[in-house]
Ligand binder design. Sequence first.
Ligand SMILES: [Zn+2]
Length: 312
Amino acid sequence: MTALAIDLGGSHAACALVRDGCIVAGKGIPADGNTGLGGLLPAINETLFELMRTAKVDRAQCSAVVLGFPGIAVARENRVVATNAKFDDAPNLDLTALFKEAFGLPFFIENDARLALLGESAFGAARGAQDAVMVTLGSGIGGAAMLNGRLIESKHGLAGTIGGHLPVAFNGRQCTCGSLGCAESEGSTTFLPVVYREQPGAAGGALADRKAIGFAELFEAAEAGDKPAIAALDHCMHAWEVLAVGLIHAYDPEVVVFGGSVMKREAEILPRLQKYVAAHAWTPNRTVPLRTAVLGSNAALLGALPLVEYSL
Ligand SMILES: [Zn+2]
């Protein structure tokens, strides 16, 4: 089966022709989440047509167009219901009609992190699992869940979608979502400067004046012996391990996949998280394996294939 896939990000839209677990042809185009999706659609369509020409694939050979969107989409209604300062015009666009007009093909939309989980389950780190959870660590924390080989779907689009906002800290700090002590507000890079400054000795620490801190720098500072960095890293990893237990209790997955560039440090992260999960997750007679995502930025594009397969 062949599909046209788009993975929309705040500064970049990855377009691809995907087939049998492979990206047959792909091209990224610049995107600006602040200026809206409507104005970007002609460039996306043009790129998809260009990819079909390059790969010598006719439109009639494609089964569907799939859009991975960085916001909350209701799959059963094929529309965006909530955005977070990216492509805020999307809820008002009739994307099904617009893509049908351009390609004459069925159209499906999904949240990008959820599509990435589908990709990893079909072709990557969770291959073979019917029930799986994925956590994507970065400026936010994505948390997606699937059961019986399908993404969980609910009327409002939230079920199995906002795992990064499961509370992990009783009396924790205010999150951007309105809740308190979310995994995202305790262990994402957006909150790292705040987390760092709350650690003992932070005022004289190596990263004290930084307005933004990435996990790579935090690991380096911790390795150089910076005590607040060591404590901040410990705080984040604790948030991730508590989140893993929460997701395991919520969804009973066969595997939990962790993605995001911080997983370059998997040797330091996974054994600690696995130990915590073994000690604290209530999964009688088994331990849920934690794995690192392997498909990287291709995961959501490849996730289009299983989505089309079970949606058509
Ligand atoms: Zn939150």
